[in-house]
Design a protein. Sequence first.
Length: 94
Amino acid sequence: MSTESPSRSAARVKEATRGRSTGQHSPTRAAQGQTKSAVLAALSSGEAMTAAEVAAATGLGRASVSTTLSRLTKSGEVAKADRGYRRAESSRAA
């Protein structure tokens, strides 16, 4: 059991993480496929959405959503729209 005070412990954590991003998102990774599923679900209405809109709808980070949208576009599951992205025609039928 540690005899270190809570404030001293917090100071050590702050020192150890200096220079790292301390955004509001958890440092843990989502389970495999969870981000993809959430992004596809957000786009399931058929309306085009930007990465920021998908991020807001899912609670995921915008960078993670943007990367996922790029991968889904390359695989053909998502298509670029005039403004944002939408499910590809062939994936909506599936």
